[in-house]
Design a protein around this ligand. Structure first.
Ligand code: C2E
Ligand code: MG
Ligand code: MG
Ligand code: MG
Length: 285
């Protein structure tokens, strides 16, 4: 019997299952510690109006400054945090930190700047999610309209919770809602129409093909036309070239973000990046 047991364990090891469980527990513990030890930080990427270069806000992007591994990008640890549930306290921290930072810009600048925060499916499904958002707004004093929450299309397809109810509750708080990585999922137009969404963000995989690839260009222009028809604004993410700026501007895309405009910057550098006249220079020519 013991031998049998041993063999099963061996099978589990071989299948990588135990490794995966151990890794998940480990990441979970380390992430919660990282939160306590202030090893998590937010970088901010500017978002500008493509028509005139006006800076409208930033997107907050989490980084983990691990003493062992250095600065880690979210793709490395967010999926683990989602599975283990650590995303719930981490996400609450992101919300309060981003709101606190946005109110500082808000006080310094003549123009109102908004901050966009990514929300994962697990976080969104937490019963007290709306309360967490409200708490971050109250604690910081940030006007709710200055907070934008980014959810992915995949979340709209989750059937075990009432996504629409939560979106409406968030909307009642006065926050703005956007669909991130738009075009990669399967959300139907009919469904989208019923939801209180303000913004669609064109996934950067389509932006990357502009203007050379006809299919990508076509998808992008279709999203822009459709979004405007539904009364939504459009952000193009992942803009890396001047030609992409021109194409998107010419086709009426409202806003843009990407390395060509600015990389995500640490808190200390972002205030210095903001142009004095509040406009991104390259847009003026
Ligand atoms: P996302 O929300 O779609 O964010 C855009 C990603 O594209 C960011 O990667 C950003 O650094 C990158 N990016 C921006 N401009 C360019 C460009 O011109 N070229 C290229 N190649 N990439 C560009 P990052 O910061 O590594 O974040 C990856 C993803 O992790 C995010 O994708 C988002 O889904 C998730 N994430 C980031 N922060 C958080 C957070 O606080 N909470 C949650 N739940 N997820 C987060
Ligand atoms: Mg995003
Ligand atoms: Mg995105
Ligand atoms: Mg993306």
């Amino acid at each position: 019997h013991a031998k049998e047991h041993g063999r099963n364990r061996y099978q589990l090891y071989r299948s990588g299952l135990i490794d995966a469980v151990v890794e998940r527990l480990d990441i979970d513990t380390r992430l919660r510690q990282a939160l306590e030890r202030a090893e998590l930080t937010l970088h901010y990427q500017p978002i500008v109006a493509l028509a005139d270069g006006r800076v409208i806000g930033t997107e907050a992007l989490i980084r983990w400054n691990d003493p062992e591994h250095g600065l880690m990008r979210p793709d490395v640890f967010i999926p683990h945090a989602e599975r283990s549930g650590a995303i719930v306290p981490v996400g609450a921290w992101v919300l309060s930190e981003a709101c606190r930072q946005a109110i500082a810009w808000h006080q310094d600048s003549p123009e109102p700047l908004s901050v966009s925060v990514n929300v994962s499916a697990r976080q969104f499904q937490e019963p007290n999610f709306v309360g967490t958002v409200e708490q971050a707004l109250v604690d910081s004093g940030l006007p709710p309209s200055r907070l934008q929450l980014e959810i992915t299309e995949g979340l709209l397809l989750v059937v075990n919770i009432n996504v629409a109810d939560t979106l409406h509750a968030l909307k009642r708080l006065g926050v703005r809602l956007s669909i991130d990585d738009f075009g990669t999922g399967y959300s139907s137009l009919a469904y989208l129409k019923q939801l209180p969404i303000d913004v669609l963000k064109i996934d950067r995989s389509f932006v990357a093909g502009i203007p050379e690839r006809m299919d990508d260009a076509q998808i992008a222009t279709t999203i822009i036309t459709m979004a405007h028809g539904l009364g939504l604004r459009v952000v193009a993410e992942g803009i890396e070239t001047e030609r992409q700026v021109h194409f998107l501007r010419e086709h009426g895309c409202d806003y843009g973000q990407g390395y060509f405009i600015a990389r995500p910057l640490p808190e200390k550098e972002i205030a210095r990046w903001f142009p004095k006249d509040h406009h991104w220079r390259a847009a003026q020519n």
